[in-house]
Design a protein. Structure first.
Length: 197
């Protein structure tokens, strides 16, 4: 491999490393999200997640970590990604609008004290924003996994904003953030039962 290619790889790795290191600026917000999720699960409520494209994959990834396990054997935590039911997604998109693909599901599934997590690297995905607004109206706590820009930060209870304009770097940082959240939630709840148990 040429020195030019090696330098490009090193530059990219350094950029990613700097991006992750900059997450220290939102540690209070990450801690806030962890605490809100712990309280939700201790009450016997659930976590609902959604996003588009790569963010949809991240929503399903987080739900899998909570339903299954992250590191420890423990009770399953109730979590649902609204991106995985193709019949619901296509029916709502066809009969109503793709703009309503998450908010319509939230109308039927979200109850007071649930936690709803919307993921948008642009911070402006309209269907994600609508889903979060509906969820907040229903009494859920809302969290946004977002990029540097956008208006979703103004409608959520906790905004986890990555200080980057580059979608791949925002996605990399989102994965670090939600792995930290899953690890800490699991560590705090692995030996506890919820109020409905």
């Amino acid at each position: 491999m040429s020195n030019k290619k090696i330098n490009k790889i090193q530059k990219k790795l350094q950029s990613s490393s700097d991006n992750i290191e900059n997450l220290t600026s939102i540690i209070p917000e990450i801690e806030g999200a962890i605490n809100v999720i712990i309280k939700c699960l201790m009450r016997g409520n659930k976590i609902i997640l959604f996003g588009n494209g790569g963010s949809a994959a991240d929503a399903e990834h987080i739900a899998a970590e909570l339903i299954g396990r992250f590191k420890h054997n423990r009770r399953s935590f109730p979590a649902l990604a609204l991106t995985s039911n193709s019949s619901s997604l296509t029916a709502i998109s066809n009969d109503y609008s793709y703009d309503l693909v998450f908010s319509r599901q939230c109308e039927g599934l979200v109850v007071k004290n649930d936690v709803v997590i919307g993921i948008s690297t642009s911070g402006d995905s309209y269907n994600v924003k609508r889903g979060l607004i509906v969820s907040k109206r229903l009494g859920a706590k809302t969290i946004g996994l977002l990029g540097k820009k956008g208006t979703i930060r103004n409608v959520v209870d906790i905004a986890l904003c990555v200080n980057s304009n580059l979608t791949p770097e925002i996605q990399e940082a989102h994965r670090v953030i939600y792995h930290i959240i899953c690890e800490q939630v699991e560590r705090n709840l692995k030996n506890k039962t919820n109020k409905r148990a």
